[in-house]
Each structure stands twice: as C-alpha cells, then as structure tokens.
Design a protein around this ligand. Structure first.
Ligand SMILES: [Zn+2]
Length: 82
C-alpha cells in the first residue's frame, strides 16, 4: 500500500482537520453510501459552500474524486474511501 493509515486515521476529527488544511473534503461517514447514486452534497473545503459539482469520479488517486465549488470556483479532492 502506498497510502498507509488513510482509512481510519483520516476519519478522526484530527484527520478531518488535516484534510481540510490540505484542501481536501473529508469523507462523510453517514452519507457516503449515497455518493454511489450521485446525490451526495459535498461541502467545499475552501469556503464551506455545498453548491458543488463533481468533475471526475477519479481524482489523483482512485480513492479520491475531483469536485469543484460553484461558489469560489475552486476544484478540490473529495475523499471517498470505502
Ligand atoms: Zn468554495
């Protein structure tokens, strides 16, 4: 594995805070299943807006999707670990 400790560590409050510092939207445990149906709202890590859209189901890794915020027009990675 090239990406150790991503599954549990990133789900903690500390991990989620770090993800936001990296400009990555942390995964939402409660609604992550709904992402499969494309109805999930992902908040922008830059401005917090939920007016976002998915650009690519696969970002820089298979574990991340590429999203873009319609408010600040910044693209960001969304973590979608299974
Ligand atoms: Zn934004």
């Amino acid at each position: 594995m090239l990406s150790p400790a991503w599954t549990t560590d990133w789900m903690s409050e500390e991990g989620r805070r770090k993800l936001r510092e990296y400009g990555i939207a942390p995964p939402r445990a409660a609604s992550s299943r709904r992402a499969l149906f494309g109805i999930e709202r992902v908040a922008c890590p830059q401005c917090g807006s939920e007016d976002t859209e998915v650009l690519s189901e696969f970002g820089s890794t298979a574990c991340k999707a590429l999203w873009r915020c319609k408010s600040c027009r910044e693209p960001f990675d969304y973590f979608k670990c299974h």
